[in-house]
Write a protein that binds this ligand. Structure first.
Ligand code: HEM
Ligand SMILES: *[C@@H]1O[C@H](CO)[C@@H](O)[C@H](O)[C@H]1NC(C)=O
Ligand SMILES: *[C@@H]1O[C@H](CO)[C@@H](O)[C@H](O)[C@H]1NC(C)=O
Ligand SMILES: *[C@@H]1O[C@H](CO)[C@@H](O)[C@H](O)[C@H]1NC(C)=O
Ligand SMILES: *[C@@H]1O[C@H](CO)[C@@H](O)[C@H](O)[C@H]1NC(C)=O
Ligand SMILES: *[C@@H]1O[C@H](CO)[C@@H](O)[C@H](O)[C@H]1NC(C)=O
Length: 432
């Protein structure tokens, strides 16, 4: 009798031990890739599933189903096809987009100048412009979007907490109120720009298909709500874009303020010296083809090098997590030189820079960003231009957010979600 109990206790303890061992084994199987060639090999060889597995945290946090979280190749192909079609802008469409961006910044300017928190300000502008200029929402979005960036931010942070068990339902319900029921925000009836309707349509097809052959998505089942949510396209476009805008503004405007507060003068390269002209020229005729011949092109490229909006790219292969450290690769001294940590748009004058194996802000291979070549850089340039042509940033509050940059004003800005949460800048109207 006694022996059986002892045996069972030992068995139980052994089982607990094995479980712990397994957990340890699983979490320690994570390799960090900082070598460009190794990164290329992984990105070229990997398949959709290897991206979808590590992204399940996004599905859980945001209740989305897009090519980042859904393993169906067929769905990805259709999704990508729709986006491809909808991001082909001709000149009038780009002009319209730029006008919307200027209107949004001006609207914000009228609401508020003086000391403002820079991150929510940039997020709100970016989200408004993406929703109106790309996704076809009308001006009513101003009434409802103020809360959205903060909700998305909180959900993103929670998604990174390992083993987070807290329910996100309240935040998700709020987002649903704003987004899932898109009738609450009006959209234009123009079929061309109605990206959300197009995506909902293929999502619906995918749902029908999925019922026929559940094995394609077994273990990654998407609900109809997840397939239909506008967040499936809002997140990839907005989350990357506001970061590009933030870091471009920090390097173009805030860096100089930090230096001035140290009684130092910014040694301006030709790109920063000419920026007003570059912006004026670009806004006269904003499009992907004019961007190519504008210095803003290199400003966007350098922003994406030093501050990649996607800092890490994850691939799970044979049960092992591979984290490609895009930021480390793009800051590698042996490739980019001793000034790798400095913001120098002129390094892209050498065409080798953007084709370098160590420049992968949009990833590479068959799952590379579809907006990489034209759409994303042009949107970034328009956002930067809209802000810098309408308002000026003339001061920064001296608080803990900028303490270390005041001590060392040449330091690269930290590139993570909470780095500039408390940064407050004085925004004034630019008098032309
Ligand atoms: C500067 C801004 C942007 C950056 C830095 C960026 C970065 C990236 C990266 C690194 C990937 C690959 C991720 C991975 O494989 O794990 C990706 C994929 C993707 N991006 Fe972007 N992106 C940007 C803007 C956009 C925009 C504006 C859109 C939509 C209009 C977009 C739509 C997509 C889609 C649909 C994919 C998946 C492509 C596929 O699976 O074939 N991105 N992006
Ligand atoms: C912001 O800067 C402007 C111009 O230097 C100044 O007139 C204004 O008082 C500042 N705003 C605040 C809130 O300090
Ligand atoms: C969305 O709309 C549906 C039907 O109109 C409604 O039942 C649901 O409660 C709405 N959801 C939210 C989060 O508002
Ligand atoms: C949009 O598409 C529908 C059906 O596909 C068509 O009836 C309608 O005329 C189109 N509207 C515009 C503005 O092109
Ligand atoms: C560009 O415009 C800003 C804002 O008006 C001004 O402060 C700055 O001196 C201008 N830069 C150059 C190089 O003209
Ligand atoms: C660019 O790369 C090519 C081939 O890798 C090399 O031959 C060429 O010298 C490089 N050009 C510059 C300007 O570095």
């Amino acid at each position: 009798m006694f022996d059986i109990i002892t045996f069972l206790v030992i068995l139980f303890l052994f089982a607990v031990y094995c479980k712990k061992l397994k957990a340890h084994y699983l979490t320690s199987q994570n390799s960090f890739i900082t070598n460009a060639d190794e990164a290329h090999k992984i990105l070229i060889d990997s398949d959709l599933l290897s991206r979808v597995i590590p992204n399940q945290r996004l599905k859980k946090s945001f209740q989305i189903s897009n090519p980042f979280t859904n393993p169906s190749e067929e769905y990805r192909k259709k999704f990508v096809k729709v986006i491809h079609k909808t991001i082909k802008f001709d000149d009038p469409k780009w002009r319209n987009f730029a006008n919307i961006a200027l209107e949004v910044v001006n609207n914000e300017r009228i609401l508020k100048t003086g000391f403002i928190e820079i991150v929510p300000w940039i997020q709100k502008i970016t989200l408004s412009v993406v929703l109106r200029g790309y996704l076809g929402f009308d001006t009513n979005i101003y009434d409802v979007i103020s809360d959205i960036p903060k909700i998305i931010n909180d959900l993103w942070l929670k998604s990174k907490e390992y083993n987070n068990k807290e329910s996100n339902q309240q935040s998700i319900s709020l987002l649903q109120k704003y987004f899932y029921n898109t009738t609450s925000i009006s959209q234009t009836e123009d079929n061309d720009t109605n990206v959300i309707k197009e995506i909902s349509k293929i999502a619906q097809e995918h749902l029908d298909h999925f019922h026929e052959s559940p094995q394609t998505t077994s273990g990654f089942i998407s609900t109809a709500d997840e397939l239909k949510t506008p967040l499936n396209i809002v997140l990839p476009a907005y989350e990357t874009m506001w970061r590009v805008l933030l870091y471009a503004i920090l390097e173009i405007k805030v860096r100089e303020i930090l230096l001035t507060k140290n009684n130092l003068k910014m040694e301006k390269n030709i790109y920063l010296k000419n920026i007003n002209n570059s912006i004026d020229t670009f806004l006269k005729n904003p499009s992907d083809s004019t961007l190519k011949n504008n210095q803003l092109n290199f400003i966007v490229k350098e922003t994406l090098r030093l501050y990649p909006a996607t800092r890490h790219i994850h691939r799970t292969l044979n049960g092992k997590d591979n984290t490609i450290d895009v930021e480390a690769i793009q800051r590698d001294h042996t490739v980019w030189g001793d000034d790798a940590l400095c913001f120098k748009p002129e390094r892209f004058e050498n065409p080798n820079a953007s084709s370098s194996a160590s420049y992968i802000p949009f990833s590479i291979g068959k799952m590379k960003c579809i907006a990489a070549d034209k759409f994303a850089p042009t949107v970034a340039a328009i956002l930067i231009s809209a802000i810098l042509s309408s308002v000026d940033i003339v001061d920064v509050i001296e608080n803990e957010a900028i303490e270390k940059y005041l001590k060392n004003p040449h330091l690269p800005f930290e590139n993570h979600r909470l780095a500039f949460d408390k940064m407050i800048v004085n925004v004034t109207t630019r008098l032309n």
